[in-house]
Design a protein around this ligand. Structure first.
Ligand code: SAM
Ligand code: FES
Length: 345
C-alpha cells in the first residue's frame, strides 16, 4: 500500500484499481504517509496559510427536494427565513472588521433571490470592499443569470456536483433533478470565468468506492479551483433519517487523496467534518486542507439553516466563531491569512 501512496505523491494520479485499493485500505502506515505527503504538498504551494471564507446563509427556503438535505422542500417542519439586503450588508461589515476577505452567500434555491435583487447587492459589496472576493452558492441557475451575476462582480461560485455517477445521483435526488444540468452549470460557470468549486458528500447512502472514483474522475475533467467534501450527516426529518453518516476516517482519506491529485486546489475543512468529530477540522487541516468557512450569519437564524443534525457553530457562542477558529487553526500548527485567498495558478 505504501507504494501506492508514493506513486500518487510523485505522479498525482493512480489507476481506478489502485485508487479503489487506497480508498478501502485499513493499512495504518499508508494512512500516516498519505497524511504526511498531503501536508507536504499543501505546504509546497500554500505554506502554513489557512484562508477564511465568511459564510452568510442567506435563505433556508428551497424549491428542491434533495433526499439528504434538512431544508428540502418536503420538510414541512423546517423553520424558514431569508435575510434582507440590509442583513447581508451588515454581515459583510461585521465580517470585514473580523478580517474576512471573502464573503460567501449561500442558500437554498429561493426564487426571492432574483438577478434584480442580487446584482446591485453584489456590486455594492464589491464597491465597499474592493479587496474582497464575493462567492455565490445559490444552486442551479440559467447561463444568463450566471453571466449577469458575474458581470455584477461575483468572483466565485460553489456548486457541489454531489455525485458524478448517474446511479448514485438518482438515489440522492428526486426524479425532477438532473445530473446533466448540474454538470452543465459547472462548465458554464467555468466558461464565464468564475473560480469554481465542486464536490460531494462522503458516505452518502448507497455510495460505493466506484461512485467515489467517478467523482474523482469528474473533478479531474472539470479542474475546479476549489473542492468541497464533507461527511454526509443524517437529518431526522428527511428520508435518510435512519441512514449511517460518513466517517471521519474516509473523509480524511479522501482529503489526502484529493490534495495529492490536485496539489494547488483550495480544500476546505468543512463544518460537517467538525460536526462528526470535535477536532475534525484540525485533522482536516493536517491532511491537506487550507480553507475554513466560519459562519457569519446572524446568530438569530443559524439554527434554522439546518442541513443536518447537530450542526456546530449555531448556538450563542457562535458569535465568537472567528476567535474559536483562530485558536483551532493555530493549535493545528497553521496560521490565518488575512487575504482573499485565490487559488494559485
Ligand atoms: N442550494 C445550494 C446548492 O445546491 O449548491 C447551496 C446550499 S446546499 C444546502 C449546500 C451543500 O450542503 C450541498 O451541496 C450538500 O452537499 C450539503 N448538504 C446538504 N445536506 C447535507 C447533509 N445531510 N449532510 C452533509 N452535507 C449536506
Ligand atoms: Fe435545496 Fe438542500 S434541498 S438546499
Amino acid at each position: 500500500m505504501l507504494e501506492l501512496v508514493e506513486k500518487l505523491y510523485s505522479t498525482g494520479d493512480l489507476s481506478d484499481g489502485e485508487l479503489a485499493a487506497l480508498i478501502e485500505t485499513d493499512d495504518k502506515e499508508a494512512t500516516e504517509l498519505l497524511k504526511e505527503y498531503a501536508d507536504k504538498t499543501r505546504q509546497k504551494s500554500y505554506g502554513k496559510k489557512v484562508f477564511l471564507r465568511g459564510l452568510i446563509e442567506v435563505s433556508s427556503y428551497c424549491k428542491n427536494n434533495c433526499l439528504y438535505c434538512g431544508i428540502r422542500r418536503g420538510n414541512t417542519e423546517a423553520d424558514r427565513y431569508r435575510l434582507s439586503r440590509e442583513d447581508i450588508l451588515k454581515c459583510c461589515e461585521n465580517g470585514y472588521e473580523l478580517g474576512f476577505r471573502t464573503f460567501v452567500m449561500q442558500g437554498g434555491e429561493d426564487a426571492f433571490f432574483t438577478d434584480e435583487f442580487l446584482c446591485p447587492l453584489i456590486s455594492e459589496i464589491k464597491a465597499k470592499y474592493p479587496d474582497c472576493a464575493v462567492t455565490l452558492s445559490l444552486g442551479e441557475r440559467s447561463y444568463e443569470s450566471y453571466k449577469r451575476l458575474k458581470e455584477a462582480g461575483a468572483d466565485r461560485y460553489l456548486l457541489r456536483h454531489e455525485a458524478a455517477a448517474q446511479e448514485l445521483y438518482s438515489k440522492l435526488h428526486p426524479e425532477e433533478m438532473s445530473l446533466q444540468n448540474r454538470k452543465d452549470c459547472l462548465f458554464a460557470l467555468r466558461e464565464l470565468g468564475y473560480q469554481v468549486g465542486a464536490g460531494f458528500m462522503v458516505g452518502a447512502p448507497c455510495q460505493t468506492t466506484e461512485h467515489i472514483i467517478a467523482d474523482l474522475r469528474f473533478l479531474q475533467e472539470l479542474q475546479p479551483q476549489m473542492i468541497g467534501i464533507g461527511p454526509f450527516v443524517p437529518h431526522h426529518k428527511t428520508p435518510f433519517a435512519d441512514e449511517k453518516g460518513g466517517t471521519l476516517e474516509l473523509t480524511l482519506r479522501l482529503l489526502g487523496i484529493l490534495r495529492l491529485m490536485f496539489p494547488k486546489v483550495l480544500l476546505p475543512a468543512t463544518t460537517a467534518l467538525g460536526t462528526i468529530a470535535p477536532n475534525g477540522r484540525e485533522l482536516g487541516l493536517q491532511t491537506g486542507c487550507n480553507v475554513v468557512m466560519p459562519n457569519l450569519s446572524p446568530v438569530m437564524v443559524r439554527k434554522k439553516y439546518d442541513l443536518y443534525d447537530n450542526k456546530i457553530c449555531t448556538g450563542e457562542e457562535a458569535a465568537e466563531c472567528r476567535g474559536c477558529l483562530e485558536r483551532r487553526i493555530e493549535s493545528a500548527g497553521y496560521e490565518i491569512a488575512q487575504e482573499r485567498g485565490d487559488c494559485i495558478k
